[in-house]
Design a binder for this molecule. Structure first.
Ligand code: AQP
Length: 327
């Protein structure tokens, strides 16, 4: 089977952008690919995280993966830091990465602009991501659109390494969802929905209560029109329709027939009910999974044991190629 690798940072609260852009597709792909899904805690610390909170978020994120439908019997749910090869390959790749490539990354430019002091880790973020992917020889990487640039860098890096040291890495393909690849903030549809935005009306968290989901959607920014107009649509309305379509799986025609001319108030109500219905089973399973912490710990331990030999083989090969001592 071809391989898949993807990950989510255990920071903030996972939101419907993370679900529709990434997680939902992981669930679908796990039957056709051999999958490794990571809770990328080493990525999380590229910005300061309160230690006790980070520790709690790692297990919460793993529980959400399972609640969303990742089946730990067929997919490996791995905490990145528990497989040391991620950090090891990252260093080896760092040494073949031109700094200019990293300084050009949009995410780095956005995130570093908000920091007083920028960690070297923030700059290296995409190299660690390349290591995650190349370690498992992943053929496909299902992510949201914001990660496309990092995926391109991963391929450039793999090519550069292969050219310098001989054919070693597999070229990974970016897999974007056809709808929902970039869910925008409800309060500001010009910005992508993001965990690091703290405004209460910005994102819908996967664990939000139905009443909170309804309230956030009713307050979502639309535009100065009154009803849905497919010929002249603002970003806020387009975002609400994309959210609805991603949750329901309706075709473009169904969406158009149902929503054309509908008043914004009714649009928001309909979208809210689709989101509530889509998240309800996830929230139910989340409660069941977190009621048994030993089960979750077992899943994470077994997955790390399963994937570590694959990862270690790649590191060994890379070291051999580079002339590093391997006994
Ligand atoms: N708005 C989004 N729409 C679609 N997909 C998204 N993803 C993130 N936001 C959206 C996808 O979710 C996966 C995990 O990404 P992440 O852990 O980096 O989440 P985040 O919300 O982007 O987190 P941060 O910390 O708030 O980062 P920034 O500040 O960069 O937004 C990825 O597959 C991502 O594409």
């Amino acid at each position: 089977k071809p391989r898949v690798l993807s990950g989510i940072q255990p920071t903030g609260s996972l939101h419907i952008g993370n679900y529709l852009g990434a997680l939902k597709n992981w669930v679908r792909m796990q039957h056709d690919y051999e999958c490794v899904f990571c809770i990328v805690d080493l990525h999380a610390i590229t910005l300061y995280q309160e230690p006790a909170e980070l520790r709690r978020k790692i297990e919460q994120t793993a529980a959400i993966f399972l609640a969303a439908g990742i089946d730990p019997r067929i997919s490996s749910v791995v905490v990145q830091s528990t497989v040391a090869a991620h950090a090891e390959l990252c260093w080896l790749l760092t040494c073949v990465t031109p700094i200019g490539w990293l300084e050009r990354m949009t995410q780095y430019k956005d995130k570093s602009a908000k920091q007083e002091s920028i960690s070297d880790g923030l700059l290296q973020y995409p190299v660690l991501m390349a290591a995650d992917i190349l370690l498992y020889k992943a053929n496909a990487v299902p992510v949201g659109d914001d990660q496309s640039q990092h995926l391109e860098l991963t391929r450039d890096l793999a090519q550069r390494f292969n050219a310098q040291y001989g054919d070693t890495f597999v070229m990974p393909e970016t897999k974007l969802p056809s709808v929902g690849a970039r869910i925008m903030g409800l309060d500001d549809p010009t910005k992508k929905m993001s965990k690091s935005e703290t405004g209460s009306g910005h994102a819908i968290a996967l664990l939000d209560e139905p009443s909170v989901i309804r309230k956030k959607l009713m307050r979502a920014t639309t535009d100065s029109g009154t009803g849905v107009d497919f010929d002249n649509m603002g970003a806020g309305v387009a975002n609400l329709l994309a959210i609805h379509q991603s949750f329901t799986g309706w075709t473009d025609d169904q969406i158009r027939n149902h929503f054309a001319g509908l008043r914004y108030g009714d649009l928001k109500k309909t979208v809210a009910e689709a989101v509530v219905a889509g998240l309800e089973p996830i929230q139910q399973r989340y409660k069941e999974i977190t009621a048994d912490p030993a089960y979750l710990k077992g899943v994470l331990r077994e997955a790390a044991e399963r994937v570590a030999p694959v990862a270690n083989d790649t590191v060994r090969l890379v070291k051999q190629r580079m002339g590093i001592y391997t006994d």
